[in-house]
Ligand binder design. Structure first.
Ligand code: NZQ
Ligand code: ZN
Length: 384
């Protein structure tokens, strides 16, 4: 097992009716900015619950954070924070609102051009404290330190992370997810599944507990994903999905093991270039990437075939292909196309995405740093 440090300070407050408890988590004297997206929280009662909980607090609102939160919009939030002397942020929504709020938190006190936090990985020295009320189980942003921000003008989508950006608390009330459209439920299942794969499907690191934890998340997602689509108002199903998505990316399953993240890096470029939903880019890339890296990932692919898909018969190659094929069919069964042609006419995508990665320095991706822009071109050429 590799050495590791594990630190996750986010207090998870889980269950129905728990939005009311934010009043206790936010200091009485705080000046709060409630941030949200395009208005889903106003249609499903979450906004009203938040307002009710904050009755005794001094708070303002900043709405309109878009899907793939945009730097241009978020900088308007930064202006509000500075002008109004906000001391606490409360993100109410999905991963985009949580991520956007983390950027506002980090940018508000930043000396210089805040885009440098993303483009130059400029260190974040202070951040406004934030909490999250989650309405979409998917990204894990509610209890991790990362955020992915887009700059619409230049079609860039870049990530940053800072320990100062861990939410202080996250309220996970499964009832808030009842209004999710099927597309977003499917996106959430696929995103959480692939977060787990990025930390599991690499090479053995003598870490059987981490493997069992990851396999537990994957198996649970296989079980509850289709149920969530079929019965989105079933409390226990949505509760399991919500907890899976948090555990998939709160740092725990990745302790002491190699991590890949190349599917995500390629996926972010696809979203930036073509506007495809985050999870859907991953469903396109992953099968091709696993096939392309089957030698490097050989042992873990066999373990994945056995533990997750119960595939034990046939040659190594046959078992690996069967596991990758079933993974792809699982995504498709959720209504998520796994080919680029399911989203855009993008025959030029392999070349365009390889060129974008090259322009960013061309650093090879993956747990063995072996996925060069040329390999990315090869992978995407199999995904048209
Ligand atoms: O904007 P509103 O009106 O709230 O509507 C949203 C949005 O249209 C809607 N929605 C959310 N909760 C709802 C709801 N609709 C009805 N009922 C509800 N309860 O769903 C739509 C999608 O929301 P979004 O927040 O964009 O989705 P998601 O949570 O999948 O977040 C995706 C973003 O997170 C980033 C992605 O790149 C993408 O920008 N990621 C963040 C990560 C992190 N911080 O660790 C890791 C991930 O890999 C990912 O990159
Ligand atoms: Zn993701």
């Amino acid at each position: 097992m590799n050495n590791f440090s594990y630190y996750n300070p986010t207090k998870i407050i889980f269950g129905k009716g728990k939005i009311a408890s934010i009043a206790k988590e936010i200091p009485a004297e705080a000046r709060v900015l409630v941030t949200y997206g395009g208005g889903s929280i106003k249609r499903n009662g979450v906004y009203d619950q938040v307002r009710e909980a904050l009755k005794g607090h001094d708070f303002l609102e900043f709405g309109g954070i878009e899907v793939n939160p945009g730097y241009e919009t978020l900088m308007k939030g930064v202006e509000v924070v500075r002008k109004e002397a906000v001391t606490m942020l409360l993100a109410v929504g999905g991963g985009s609102v949580a991520d956007g709020t983390k950027f506002i938190a980090a940018a508000a006190n930043f000396k210089g051009e805040p885009w440098d936090i993303l483009s130059k990985q400029a260190p974040v020295k202070s951040a406004i404290p934030l909490g999250v009320v989650l309405t979409l189980p998917a990204t894990g942003s509610e209890s991790n330190s990362f955020a992915v921000i887009s700059r619409k003008a230049t079609h860039e989508k870049l990530a940053f992370g800072s320990p100062l950006c861990y939410p202080k608390f996250a309220v996970l009330d499964p009832e808030t997810t009842y209004t999710l459209p099927p597309v977003q439920i499917a996106n959430g299942v696929v995103d959480a599944f692939i977060h787990t794969i990025e930390q599991y499907l690499t090479y053995p690191a003598a870490a059987p507990l981490q493997d069992r934890l990851a396999e537990g998340v994957l198996l649970t997602l296989l079980e509850v994903g289709p149920k969530a689509l079929a019965t989105p108002n079933d409390y226990d199903t949505m509760a399991s999905l919500m907890w899976c998505a948090t555990l998939a990316l709160n740092g725990l399953i990745g302790c002491g093991v190699p991590q890949d993240w190349s599917t995500h890096m390629i996926g972010h470029e696809l979203t930036a270039a073509y506007g495809i939903d985050h999870a859907r880019t991953l469903a396109v890339v992953l099968p091709g990437l696993l096939r392309n890296r089957r030698e490097e990932k050989h042992e873990k692919l066999l373990q994945y075939a056995r533990q997750i898909w119960g595939v034990t018969d046939g040659s190594d190659d046959e078992r690996i292909e069967s596991a990758i094929g079933r993974t792809e069919e699982f995504f498709q069964s959720l209504g998520v196309p796994t080919r680029l042609s399911g989203y855009v006419d993008a025959v030029s995508a392999p070349e365009a995405i390889a060129a974008r990665l090259e322009a960013r320095g061309g650093n090879p991706l993956g747990e063995r740093a072996s996925i060069t822009p040329d390999v990315v071109r090869e992978i995407l050429a199999t995904r048209l």
